[in-house]
Design a binder for this molecule. Structure first.
Ligand code: PLP
Length: 388
């Protein structure tokens, strides 16, 4: 009999929601190119613009300020660039300041030369150190160009919410730009580009129940724009050429629409599931360390360390129990690396971390299964310890 599976790796990717699936099936029958002026083209354009409105609403932006991309990584590479335009005038960005806990999509620095990318430290609690950022910005050489700051709204490993609006204030006080990776925040907490005082937001469809391979760079206005990454036929008002990934964009829009409508209900329900989970975990292993438990976290993420348990061993142990979770920093090869987030928090990365991330489809029964599996894995760890 096949083992029943429980998927608790929603921060890696969310299963496609039914609304996105259905919207894409309908869109598959639309033959036109959204750039064509005939009826078929206009029908495709209407579906594309509907998706744009839904995505914009999820992050409090104007639809005209949503640029569809192939995902958050492309959006990052688009916006993290020294060459900008302010209307018709060229604008130079001299250096990029990124938090030490950014996803590699940001941390790699996009199109900046590596010597112009500087890391902002985080506190032991996993929160961006604003005093350090302020000092770095004070030391920024304005002759090289303006500074750009990139801080994520929610960390993908710990779920910790970052002080983005405060960081934006510091960036703007010295005439700099603020870029926010809201990939793990969208659909989990209310996101508003204006309230965050961000110049640019980055979001990804597959983290919110839409298809993979589509995302967006959302801008605050239309005057200050980065040099395009992909040039050609001038789609997306010249900011991202190439025929749009139409079906995926339609699915992204449907997922965004649903996430916006269900935001509060999802957050409350998932937060009580996580409380049940963490209580169960502490019950069977009181020494479990839950990272970020004392600071503000999104409700769906639980990143923990079980002393004496390696991430790889833990991940395999849970997988054998039918539970899909992840080590905080699984790289694309599937190899488990040391967590740069734990390192940045000053913790021993060799301790390893495991991440359970919940989603809208997670049930109490799923949580009870993971609590039971956790007790087994934690128990075996003790036995291993005694044998050693
Ligand atoms: N930023 C964060 C915080 C992420 O979690 C991810 C995906 O893991 C990305 C960026 C990259 O997103 P995409 O897969 O759309 O390129």
């Amino acid at each position: 009999m096949a083992l029943e599976r429980t998927y608790l790796d929603w921060n890696a990717t969310a299963p496609l929601c039914d609304e996105a699936r259905f919207a894409m099936i309908v869109a598959l029958s639309l033959p036109g190119n959204a750039s064509s002026v005939h009826g078929e083209g206009r029908a495709a354009r209407a579906a594309l613009e509907k998706a744009r409105r839904s995505v914009a609403r999820l992050v409090g932006a104007e639809p005209a300020h949503v640029i569809f991309t192939s995902g958050a990584t492309e959006a990052s590479n688009h916006v993290l660039v020294p060459e900008f335009r302010m209307g018709r005038a060229a604008l130079k960005i001299g250096a990029l300041y990124v938090s030490a806990i950014e996803h590699p999509a940001i941390r790699e620095g996009g199109r900046f030369a590596s010597e112009n990318v500087h890391e902002i430290p985080v506190t032991a609690e996993g929160v961006v150190d604003l005093a350090a950022l302020e000092a770095m910005l004070a030391a920024h050489d304005r002759n090289s160009g303006l500074p750009m700051v990139a801080v994520m709204l929610v960390n993908n490993e710990t779920g910790i919410v970052q002080p983005v609006a405060e960081a934006a204030k510091l960036a703007h006080a010295v005439g700099g730009l603020m870029v926010v990776d809201a990939v793990q925040a969208a659909a989990r907490i209310a996101v508003d580009i204006n309230a965050l005082d961000a110049d640019f937001l980055i979001i990804s469809s597959h983290k919110i129940g839409g298809p993979k391979g589509v995302g967006a760079l959302v801008t605050r206005g239309e005057v200050l724009m980065p040099k395009p990454l992909i040039r050609g036929g001038g789609q997306e008002k010249g900011h991202r050429s190439g025929t749009e990934n139409f079906f995926a964009i339609v699915g992204f829009g449907a997922a965004a629409e649903l996430a916006f409508t269900e935001l509060d209900e999802r957050r409350d329900r998932i937060s009580s599931l996580r409380a049940r989970l963490e209580e169960g975990m502490r019950g069977s292993a009181p020494d479990v360390i839950i990272h970020g438990a004392d600071v503000e976290r999104v409700s769906n993420t639980c990143f923990f360390t079980l002393p004496g348990l390696k991430s790889e061993t833990g991940q395999i142990g849970f997988d054998l129990e039918g539970i899909a979770l992840s080590a905080g920093s699984a790289c694309s090869s599937g190899k488990v690396g040391e967590s740069h987030v734990l390192t940045a928090m000053g913790r021993d990365p060799k301790l390893g971390g495991l991440r359970i991330s919940l989603g809208p489809a997670t049930t109490e029964a799923d949580i009870d299964r993971v609590i039971a599996a956790f007790a087994k894995v934690a128990g075996r760890r003790r036995l291993d310890g005694q044998a050693a």
